[in-house]
Design a protein around this ligand. Structure first.
Ligand SMILES: [Zn+2]
Length: 310
């Protein structure tokens, strides 16, 4: 039953996403996504300003940055390139984003088109730096001196951001992860409440993995970091951020999967003591409940590739 449901859901996604059926032979169609690079709309700037960011301004890519973005776009899986070809209006970069606020995927009016806006300085960050900065905001220092570091084996932040945001662009027009009983969220997410965060299934909701700022909890004492990551290792989530909402769950799983399995980077979470001695290293892509979801992700990716499953 589950595989039938999976097939139905994924097939429907691609149909609604306006994706052409995969060609039987040959390479992916030529798509110049770089032509979508444009200054952000005033409405996009206003959304950053509404979030308290008063100094947002368009960033003009240098020739080297443009080449970097073109290369990253070209390297995306066929699924993401096709989704962006169909649904992306503008890819924009901005300066003046303080802290770690980084990416915004916004719908263009009521259309099925989207703008993706990225913090320009992320172009020059490794994925390890980017994710570590974000992750450390969950913790507060204590006498233990323990620290959390995300290791990403040379991967770049831009590729991760494009994968994550493009997965939202796949998901949002279809409301894929919002559908009850969908193959990704079945047994993980419950029906949304009238307001507030979408609830997790009871076993997950009670897990320390769900007791982070991403689900409204307070900061975690650094000495308790391992307790929370030990719990994460028992869940289907690749990151704490994936527990924020079903759409983030899919975007995180997809991005981590492509970067690790297709691009060959090892993604790890390391906890060190005050002397820099490694206490524990976690590899979320090897968590059993995460691995159990990967065939579904691969199937989704494969549908947009030449010779992919129907
Ligand atoms: Zn997201």
């Amino acid at each position: 039953m589950r595989s039938t449901l999976t097939g139905l859901v994924l097939g429907t996604v691609l149909a609604f996403a306006g994706l052409a059926p995969p060609a039987a032979h040959g390479a992916a169609p030529p798509i110049s996504l770089a032509s979508r690079i444009a200054p952000p709309d005033r409405a996009v700037i206003e959304r950053f300003e509404a979030a308290g960011m008063r100094d947002i301004r368009p960033h003009v890519l240098t020739p080297a940055e443009l080449a970097q973005v073109e290369q990253a776009l070209a390297r995306l899986p066929a699924l993401h390139r096709r989704v962006l070809d169909t649904h992306l209006r503008h890819l924009s970069f901005v300066d003046g984003v303080p802290g770690q606020g980084t990416a915004l995927t916004s719908q263009v009016g009521d259309s099925a088109r989207f703008d993706i806006t990225l913090r320009a300085s992320a172009l020059h960050e490794t994925l390890a730096h980017f994710l570590t900065t974000k992750e450390r905001r969950l913790f507060e220092a204590d006498a233990s001196g323990h620290t959390v570091t995300i290791e990403a084996d040379g991967a770049d932040a831009l590729t991760y951001l494009l994968l994550h945001e493009a997965t939202h662009v796949l998901d949002m027009p279809m409301k894929l992860t919002e559908r009850q009983g969908n193959a990704f969220g079945d047994g993980i997410w419950l029906a949304p409440m009238a307001q507030g965060r979408i609830p997790l299934a009871p076993g997950l909701a009670a897990s320390p993995a769900a007791a982070t700022r991403f689900r409204g909890a307070g900061p975690i004492a650094a000495s308790h970091a391992r307790t929370h990551y030990d719990a994460l290792a028992q869940t289907p989530f690749v990151s704490f951020y994936a527990t924020a909402a079903p759409g983030e769950d899919l975007a995180e799983l997809m991005a981590w999967h492509v970067i690790s399995r297709r691009h060959g980077h090892t993604l790890s979470i390391a906890v060190h003591d005050a002397d820099g001695v490694l206490l524990e290293r976690y590899q979320p892509m090897r968590f059993p409940a995460v691995e159990a979801r990967l065939p579904l992700v691969e199937r989704l990716l494969g549908q947009a590739e030449p010779g992919g499953a129907a």
